[in-house]
Design a protein around this ligand. Structure first.
Ligand code: XIL
Length: 454
């Protein structure tokens, strides 16, 4: 495939807020990302900033111990490189095959990694039968595909790329022609609605390339997202692939920020960078993400240079022998450097349903909860906000509603009704917040959190 790898110039400026690394509340369990010491791996360092650090994974490489050694040490989010695409999951119409994708999901679950799903609808890597379809028959095949695949992975996906690369390159700012597009301009919103119905707990993203700076294409996407948000089409996030040929564009951070200001989460989804200033370029991407509070995390498109789809360009963080490159060190240092410590705010949930102050006047904390409820289950996101002084640990008392069963939680240690910080999110600066969450079956009625600072 040919594509323009877009480079740019310019340094990004940082808001200097030094992240003090967690003083853990007495007795709190220490649960570091990937079991590593805080600040010494990409995943742990990103987690200290409330972010994830991920990579694309190929199922066929999971038997390679060098590959999995790096994967499980450094990364806490996984995107299947090809295994969730349409040609892989529905090679024959109506016959679904999840072999490779299920292997990757099983690996992630066994190693405490979260999953990005990629991608439900894309004009490339369509199975042959779909390439030969058009009109209403194709539209219904598309929607059946979204519903079935998102349904198969319900509850297991942090974020789905529902639609990939639907905008045209160049100056039109409009949609790319494809058989998908020719089923009608509303195919994208129809896909997002079908995905929400199939997996209400997954964040739903639009993902594209050459949208990394402010340009005609990214503005086309921006206008679509703005329109979707205003009309209640369920979109939660925008993915910026960031296949770069040097420094990110000078307006990279400003571009992320303008999308974030629409109320969506932003994610760097397929980062790889060629060129001689690779280390600086990686650092600049990381700094931009850390400067945008709704930038949830960064995914590189592969682990070692030899794993990259950009053959011969060596655009990744590890060399072919699995050694850390200068770009790795620059990335880790940027993750450990100054930057916003806030977590990403909830983007698709209704406003907090309840809130309760705790911990005393002036130096305690406040907990609020927002809920994303669907038929039979919910995700609760709990925000812990420090009062007028920094806190060094917190516990939120929050009984689970009767009839509800917690099936998973993140950024927290639970003991009955007590939810306590983990190592990397106990320290919260005055007036700042961090978030944890859990998913449960049942109904989220009467959630009433109380916060106390350690
Ligand atoms: C690439 C994979 O890395 C290759 O293995 C495959 O042959 C082609 O697709 N944008 C995307 C990704 O959204 O899915 C693409 O992945 C890279 C460009």
């Amino acid at each position: 495939m040919t594509r323009t790898i877009r480079g740019g110039r310019g340094r990004l400026r940082l808001a200097v807020t030094l992240a003090a690394v967690s003083a853990v509340a007495a007795g709190a369990a220490v649960a570091l990302a990937s079991g590593a010491e805080a600040g010494s791996t990409l995943g742990a360092s990103a987690a200290e900033k409330g972010r994830y650090f991920g990579t694309a994974v190929a199922a066929g490489k999971l038997s390679n111990s060098q590959y999995t050694g790096i994967l499980d040490r450094e990364f806490n989010m996984i995107t299947p490189e090809n295994e969730m695409k349409w040609d892989a999951t529905e090679p024959t119409q109506g016959q679904f095959r999840y072999t490779g994708a299920d292997q990757i999901v099983a690996h992630a679950q066994a190693h405490g990694q979260r999953m990005r799903g990629h991608a439900l609808l894309w004009y490339q890597q369509e199975p042959g039968w779909a390439q030969n379809m058009s009109g209403s028959a194709l539209r219904s095949a598309m929607m059946n595909h979204v519903t079935t695949v998102a349904g198969h992975y319900k509850g297991k996906i942090y974020a789905w790329d529902v639609v990939n690369e639907a905008f045209a390159d160049g100056n039109s700012g409009g949609r790319r022609d494809s058989n998908l597009q020719r089923t009608g301009n509303d195919w994208i919103e129809a896909a997002f609605r079908a995905a929400r119905a199939a997996d209400p707990g997954a964040k739903l993203c639009y993902n594209d390339y050459n949208t990394d700076g402010i340009n005609a294409k990214s503005t086309g996407v921006y206008n679509m997202v703005k329109d979707f948000r205003s009309r209640g089409v369920p979109i939660d996030c925008v993915g910026f692939q960031s296949h770069l040929g040097g420094l990110p564009p000078s307006d990279y951070q400003a571009n992320l920020q303008r999308f974030a200001d629409l109320g969506v989460e932003v994610q760097i989804t397929e980062l790889d960078i060629s060129g001689s200033n690779q280390a600086t370029a990686y650092a600049n991407v990381v700094k931009a993400c850390l400067n945008v509070s709704r930038c949830a995390g960064i995914t590189t498109w592969g682990i070692r240079d030899s794993d990259s789809w950009r053959t011969g360009e060596n655009p990744l963080l590890f060399d072919a022998n699995g050694n850390k490159k200068a770009a790795y060190t620059a990335t880790l240092n940027a993750l450990n450097g100054p930057g916003s410590t806030v977590s990403t705010p909830p983007v698709s949930s209704p406003p907090p349903v309840s809130s309760s102050p705790g911990g005393g006047t002036g130096n305690g904390c406040t907990a609020t909860v927002s809920v994303n409820q669907w038929e039979g289950g919910f995700v609760a996101t709990v925000r812990v906000t420090a009062g007028s002084s920094a806190i060094n640990g917190w516990t939120v008392t929050l009984p689970v509603p009767s009839g509800a069963t917690v099936t998973g939680s993140w950024n927290v240690t639970r003991s009955g009704n007590s939810w306590t910080n983990v190592s990397y999110n106990g320290h919260v600066e005055a007036g700042q917040y961090t978030e944890f969450g859990f998913q449960a079956t049942g109904t989220a009625s009467g959630l009433n959190p109380a916060c106390s600072a350690a």
